[in-house]
Design a protein around this ligand. Sequence first.
Ligand SMILES: Cc1ncc(COP(=O)(O)O)c(C=O)c1O
Length: 358
Amino acid sequence: MKKVEIHPEAVERVKKFTITDNNLGFGKYVAPVMIQAIYDDGQWQRFDLLPYGPLLLDPCTKVLHYGQEIFEGMKTFRQPNDQIKMFRPEQNARRFNQSARRMSMPEIPEEQFLNACDVISAYCKNLVPRRLGESLYLRPFMIATEVGLGIKPSKQFLFVIIASPSGNYFAGDSVKVWIERDDIRASQGGIGFAKTGGNYAASLQSYTRSLQAGCDQTMWLDSSHKYIEEMSGMNFMCVINGEIHTPALSDTILDGITRKSVLELAKHEKIKVVEDKIAVDDLLKKIENGECTEAFVCGTASIICPISSFLDKDGRTHHVKDGSGKISMLLRDKLIAIQAGKTDGPEGWMHPVKEIHF
Ligand SMILES: Cc1ncc(COP(=O)(O)O)c(C=O)c1O
């Protein structure tokens, strides 16, 4: 494994950095340091902790034209004894490499990925917020840096991790969801399961549409326009006759770490979990007849957030019976308590970050 080289200026910057704002928001602040690693000649050459700053790219750099890019989103939490811990980072490392393979990019050995996350978290220890639900959000990403306009996989890459002290994405409010009946986010054999920029760029037209309709989020259907897949940055779940239902994973859906964790917590609470196809029109009928009592979104940024209503293209609004979410809030509280170190979660979920004295 390559050691991360620590640049003294990065240390000076992080020592001086403070935030006094009580409302951190999401992505409003970034730490003054970043990890940067260079891939060339078929291998990862070096890893550095540098002062945060702009990336200088030639206008012919491949990522700018062909979108060869992947990223991750993960969180570091402050524990009651002031230690800091990451939530299931090995899952992000695994998914990062899964995305890398699909996008013809080099993998990063899991140990190296985790070490880079550990180092930036450790140097940013003072920036890990204290209040419940807050965290240091880490955004690892990789871009194709070879210069040239030929459409072929790059041979050079840059891996970067930036960190953002963050509050809650939705702060526990319920969300209104726009059912996207026209655009499609992903199709079979495509890149829907990879965490790559193109999936998010493809979602933005619908984001604007959903805001114009007074909603907060788009809900994507599969390419047959029939079955629910996920949201633009979260997975989807609902409660039908007391059981949690969620779309089964496929190559068109991101394998969410919060989704996986919520399903495990639900099983632990003896709540039955069903992973299967969910036809959107069936769901709307079940909302109308009261069989579906709750619907919610889940993801790293939003944690768990109840859905109050669905707005359809025909202008009809379908209000969910328990729009404040009894089961979803129970699971949300459990997950937040585990992440904050207030209760023990399943073995291995919280990864301790080794302290570095500087
Ligand atoms: C498209 C998409 N689906 C689902 C999720 C939820 O995944 P996770 O729980 O790993 O954050 C995310 C966020 O990362 C996402 O971008």
